[in-house]
Design a protein around this ligand. Structure first.
Ligand code: PLP
Length: 419
């Protein structure tokens, strides 16, 4: 085992510090070169430079108290406003910036729980959701004491709304749909899910963490999209991650509510300590202005035309990759990609392990996600990939051949890790 690191007795010079830091990321996936189909998003060097410069300038500012930093109040208000057309919010729509999709989802669950505790005295709350909905809902249930009622999906991986209907009851505070769900990239039947929630007086959250930007622009690019946002009657909140297809620095998401009343249950206020009145909108206390300023800067830098162009690039790359997999002898698409997420497995799992293919792709310097059940590889295709699909396809062919030849099971992998 390497010796535990101790603080240097005397501070090092900055150049040594940075040299060592760069050394530490020797084995990191090279996402800036478009080799990651997961975890990182890239709209090219110019947007990246804007994101990083804004982050650098505001990294020490603290959104815990916007009385001291009115800039951050304005930045949050602007960012939330700029996402309104994407999310179909009316003038009454009201939102907050959060640190990411997980925090947005945690807050949607908390708001639902607290609204129904207050308005209907529900003390043993549950939420109803398909098994395709993100793991963050399990986290929220565990943190906030809300029982999860997960139901199976249909053969096409979409939420089975009839099955959801069977488990909704008088204690249901939240009904969930995704646009799209992460694992297979399909969009749930949001109107049916929202109307189920409305019938029971529960909140309805649409998880558009992944698809919020893309679906808005696919519509504009003339692709048929099903209703998915706050325009659908009965949807009470929706999340969109700016640090995904908003192409901004990590630590930025928006949760938007249909109105201020629904949003009012998100906040937390106390004065029962010696430090005075403490109010905060989300999970965090101290909250860096870096990710907020970065989001503001990138959104202004890219603009509406920028997002339209980037969505087109990512979508074209997705369809190109989908076609390659569809035509391949050994691989099979789990679903036709509806946005820019793509999931595939082995045609004959007894002969070929897709995780073995994943291992070989790693060896060739590519990173894709692994998921199950069923054993699958998953690609989040973004703008950086628009000229990388041919290269990736060659790696995929070679990885498949090697995996067939080696005939090993491959490593299962994980979406997230504990350490
Ligand atoms: C990424 C994602 C989340 C979680 O967001 P984080 O930013 O990783 O916390 C939730 N739902 C969906 C559909 C996602 O793709």
């Amino acid at each position: 085992m390497p010796a535990a690191k101790s603080l240097p007795e005397r501070g090092l010079d900055a150049s040594t510090v940075f040299e060592t830091l760069e050394g530490l990321r020797r084995n990191d996936v090279r996402w800036r070169e478009g080799r990651a189909f997961s975890l990182a998003y890239n709209a090219g060097p110019e947007a990246l430079a804007v994101a990083e410069e804004a982050y650098r300038r505001f990294s020490g500012e603290n959104a815990l108290n916007t009385g001291a930093f009115p800039s951050l109040r304005q930045i949050q208000a602007d960012v939330v406003d700029m996402t309104k057309p994407w999310l179909g919010a009316s003038n009454e729509g009201a939102g907050f910036m959060t640190s990411g999709g997980t925090e947005s989802i945690l807050m949607a669950v908390k708001s639902a729980r607290d609204r129904l505790a207050q308005e209907r005295k529900i003390v043993r709350p549950n939420m109803v959701l398909p098994i395709s909905a993100h793991a963050a809902f399990d986290k929220a249930g565990a943190y906030f004491g809300v029982e999860l009622r997960r139901v199976d999906v249909l053969d096409d991986w979409r939420a089975d709304v009839s099955a959801m209907r069977r488990v909704v009851d008088d204690h249901t505070v939240l009904v969930v749909g995704s646009a799209p769900q992460y694992p297979q990239g399909v969009v749930d039947d949001i109107p049916a899910i929202a109307s189920l929630a409305a019938e029971h007086g529960a909140n309805c959250h649409v998880d558009a963490c992944m698809g919020g930007v893309t679906l808005a622009y696919l519509e504009r690019l003339g692709e048929p999209t099903k209703p998915w946002n706050l325009k659908v009657p009965g949807v009470s909140s929706i999340s969109v991650d700016l640090h995904k297809f908003g192409y901004t620095s990590k630590g930025a998401s928006v949760i938007m509510y249909a109105n201020k009343h629904l949003r009012s249950f998100q906040g937390f206020v106390t004065d029962k300590w010696l430090g005075g009145l403490y109010g905060s909108s989300g999970v965090l206390g101290t909250k860096s202005g870096g990710s907020m300023a970065s989001a503001w800067a990138v959104m202004n830098f890219l603009g509406d035309d920028g997002y339209l162009r980037l969505t087109k690039q990512a979508r074209e790359a997705t369809l190109q990759l989908a076609k390659i997999i569809d035509e391949s002898e050994h691989l099979v698409l789990r679903a036709e990609p509806e946005t820019t997420l793509l999931c595939f497995g082995a045609r004959e799992p007894a002969r070929l392990s897709v995780f073995g293919v994943g291992d070989e792709l790693n060896r060739l310097g590519w990173y894709v996600d692994r998921q199950s059940p069923p054993d699958s590889l998953h690609c989040t295709v973004n703008a950086i990939h628009h000229d990388k699909i041919q290269l990736f396809s060659e790696a995929l062919t070679s990885a498949t051949q090697t995996a067939l030849h080696k005939n090993t099971a491959g490593q299962q992998g994980a979406y997230g890790t504990l350490d």
